[in-house]
Design a protein around this ligand. Structure first.
Ligand SMILES: [Zn+2]
Length: 379
C-alpha cells in the first residue's frame, strides 16, 4: 500500500467529505425520533450504495433502524474489520435553527458534527479511498446504530453478534484531544430508595422516621466507595425526597453513577451496594441497578492496533497520542468480548453534547487517511 497515493486520494475527496458532513448534520437525528434517525440512515445508505455496499437494515420499532453496510470482497485472506458508529445525536429536533451547520474561525459547527456525524463521513471516505487506489481487498462492515446516546438498548446485541465475526473493531467516536482511545471505564447505575415513616413535624415528631436523614447517611457511605478501588468513581447525581418542610419524609430516592476501570471491579462494587445498611431500623432500603456497560480494558490486542496506528501516523507526518477516558461507547461492548478495539478514530474537536460542539477540519484528511491506512494493513 502506497501511503502517498492513499493520502492524495483522500485529499482529493475533501470537498465531497465536507459537503456530505453538511448534508448529514442538516438531517437532525435525535435518538428518540425514529423517523428522523431513519432519514439520516437513508442518506448514508445512498452514499454506501455508490461504493457497492451490501446494505442490511436491522428494523426497529421504537428507534431508528440499525444499518449494517458491508464493503469489499465477501471473502479474502484478511479477516473482516468492523467500523462502529452511531447516527443518533443528543440534540432535539429544531436545534439547527439556533445552531446551524457553519464554518467560522477555522471550525465547523453543528449539532452532532463531532459526536459523531464526521466519524461516519470519514469512514465512508476512507473506504472510498481504498477502493479508488485498489486497496479494498478485505471485507469491512460499517455498523451504524440509532440508539448509542441512550445506552444502545436495541443495538447492543446486533453489535456484539457482528463484532464476533471480526478480528478488530474501529470506533468512530471523537478523538480525545489528539489521541486515539485504548481504554474506557465501565458504567453502572444504581437507584437507592429509602422508605421512612411520615409524621407531623410538630405534633408527632417522635413517631416519624426520616427517609431523608437516612439517605444523607447513605450518601456519605456510598461516596466513600470512590476511594476504595483505583479508577473507581461513584457519583450520587440526584436525590429526590420529602413532600413539605413540616412533614418527616417518608420517601427518598437517589440515582448513582458508577465508573469502573477493571471488569473485576463490577462484582466488588455490587457487593458494596448490596451490603449497605440503614442506621434507623424503622426505615426500609431498596437497591436496584448494576454495572450495565463493561469497561474497555487496555488489552494487548488493542495496544498492538494502537502501535500500528502510531507508526502509520508517523509516516503520514503526525504524532498519534494514546488516551483513556471515563466515558463509555459501544467499544466497551466489543472490547469486553475480547475483540481488539481501538476507539476515538473519528474527528478532532470539542464540545460534544454542548452548544459549542465543533470539529477542527484541518485534521479531517490526515485522520481519514490514517483510518484508511489501518484498514489496509491490519491483520
Ligand atoms: Zn458518540
Amino acid at each position: 500500500m502506497d501511503l502517498t497515493t492513499l493520502q492524495a486520494s483522500v485529499a482529493a475527496s475533501e470537498p465531497r467529505l465536507v459537503n456530505r458532513l453538511r448534508e448529514l448534520v442538516e438531517v437532525e437525528s435525535p435518538s428518540d425520533n425514529k423517523a428522523s434517525v431513519d432519514r439520516a440512515s437513508a442518506l448514508v445508505t445512498t452514499w454506501a450504495a455508490e461504493l457497492g455496499a451490501t446494505i442490511k437494515r436491522h428494523k426497529q420499532k421504537h428507534f431508528g433502524d440499525v444499518l449494517e453496510l458491508k464493503f469489499g470482497p465477501p471473502r479474502s485472506k484478511h479477516p473482516r474489520i468492523l467500523l462502529l458508529g452511531h447516527l443518533d445525536t443528543v440534540w432535539p429536533l429544531g436545534t439547527l435553527a439556533n445552531m446551524p451547520f457553519r464554518a467560522a474561525s477555522g471550525k465547523l459547527r453543528g449539532p452532532g458534527i463531532l459526536d459523531m456525524k464526521s466519524g461516519v463521513v470519514m469512514a465512508l471516505e476512507a473506504i472510498s479511498a481504498l477502493a479508488a487506489t485498489g486497496n479494498l481487498d478485505r471485507p469491512i462492515t460499517l455498523l451504524l446504530n440509532s440508539d448509542e446516546e441512550i445506552g444502545s438498548p436495541v443495538s447492543r446485541p446486533i453489535t456484539e453478534k457482528i463484532a464476533q465475526t471480526c478480528s478488530a473493531v474501529f470506533v468512530l467516536e471523537p478523538a480525545q484531544g489528539l489521541a486515539y482511545k485504548t481504554a474506557r471505564k465501565g458504567i453502572g447505575n444504581y437507584q437507592v430508595t429509602v422508605e421512612g415513616i411520615a409524621a407531623h413535624s410538630g405534633v408527632d415528631f417522635d413517631r416519624g422516621h426520616s427517609a431523608i436523614l437516612e439517605m444523607s447517611r447513605l450518601v456519605q457511605t456510598i461516596s466513600a466507595f470512590t476511594a476504595r478501588t483505583p479508577g473507581l468513581t461513584v457519583n450520587v447525581g440526584t436525590i429526590h425526597g420529602g413532600t413539605q418542610s413540616n412533614v418527616v419524609a417518608a420517601h427518598c430516592t437517589a440515582a448513582v453513577d458508577v465508573r469502573i476501570l477493571r471488569a473485576t471491579d463490577a462484582g466488588k462494587i455490587d457487593r458494596l451496594f448490596r451490603a449497605l445498611k440503614l442506621t434507623d431500623k424503622a426505615c426500609k432500603l431498596t437497591i436496584t441497578g448494576g454495572i450495565n456497560r463493561p469497561p474497555m480494558e487496555r488489552k494487548p490486542g488493542t495496544v498492538a492496533l494502537f502501535k500500528q496506528a502510531r507508526k502509520l501516523a508517523a509516516q503520514l507526518g503526525f504524532t498519534l497520542e494514546e488516551a483513556s477516558t471515563g466515558g463509555g461507547s459501544d467499544g466497551n461492548f466489543t472490547a469486553a468480548l475480547g475483540i481488539p478495539t481501538l476507539d476515538g478514530m473519528g474527528s478532532i474537536g470539542a464540545g460534544a453534547h454542548a452548544t459549542h460542539e465543533h470539529i477542527d477540519p484541518t485534521h479531517l484528511i490526515p485522520r481519514t487517511t490514517l483510518l484508511a491506512a489501518l484498514l489496509a494493513t491490519v491483520d
